[in-house]
Write a protein that binds this ligand. Structure first.
Ligand SMILES: [Mg+2]
Length: 227
């Protein structure tokens, strides 16, 4: 342990994973959300993706508001029952990511806490994606939790990292950020003045080989060498 006062962690594909043995824990192959909504797959994916930033920064009140906006834009009817089912399926799909968390992730957090390092979670997400957070066992380790939809800021906006630092009472230069690199989060951390490391322990080999430009941590406990 050195001079690092705080670690900011990403959540998905860093502390938890939607994948196991190279496949999604919840198979989506046979789902056809678009057809259930009366839309083509192409239109649905495009419109869902187009609302990604607004969804993750809380611009919509919730999943249902986002979906009503999407359907309204297509002059499509709003099938309330289908929306409720899709919401529940999303909750369950994301819940799976919180199961079977690696023991060495817990060990890392335990050792950081014992070393007096403050911890913040900085996650781009929507409400239905993190329903399982309070009960997953990780929450107890964190001094601050910044869900993008709650703070209305999302990575890679430097403001969300700076807000995390403010809440922890530390300067960006006293922190490190650790994440798999999704949402351009490593560049965002750097722009906020925070040293960034790429967590690759959940990533498939093909993605590890892609150079992020940031030092890689191959296992959770390797983080102890840079903190
Ligand atoms: Mg991630």
């Amino acid at each position: 342990m050195t001079h690092v006062k705080a670690v900011l962690f990403d959540l998905f594909e860093t502390l938890i994973s939607e994948f196991a043995d190279g496949a999604r824990k919840v198979d989506r192959a046979n789902r056809n959300d678009a057809a259930r909504l009366g839309l083509t797959h192409e239109v649905y994916r495009k419109e869902w993706g187009a609302r990604s930033v607004k969804r993750s920064t809380g611009a919509f009140a919730d999943y249902f508001a986002a979906m009503r906006d999407l359907l309204g834009g297509q002059n499509a009817a709003v099938p309330e029952q289908v929306l409720r089912e899709l919401y529940e399926e999303r909750v369950l799909e994301k819940k799976a990511a919180f199961a079977d968390i690696r023991p060495d992730v817990f060990e890392l957090l335990e050792r950081l806490k014992r070393g007096g390092v403050k911890l913040a979670l900085v996650s781009n997400c929507t409400e239905e994606e993190v329903v399982s957070w309070p009960d997953c066992g990780l929450a107890a380790y964190f001094d601050e939790v910044l869900f993008s939809y709650e703070v209305r800021l999302a990575k890679p906006d430097p403001s969300i990292y700076k807000l995390a630092c403010e809440r922890l009472g530390v300067a960006p230069g006293e922190c490190v950020f650790i994440g798999d690199g999704g949402s351009d989060e490593l560049n965002g951390a750097k722009a906020a003045g925070i040293r960034a490391y790429q967590a690759v322990w959940q990533l498939p080999p093909s993605m590890r080989e892609r150079d992020s430009g940031y030092p890689q941590l191959v296992t959770p406990l390797a983080a102890l060498d840079v903190v």
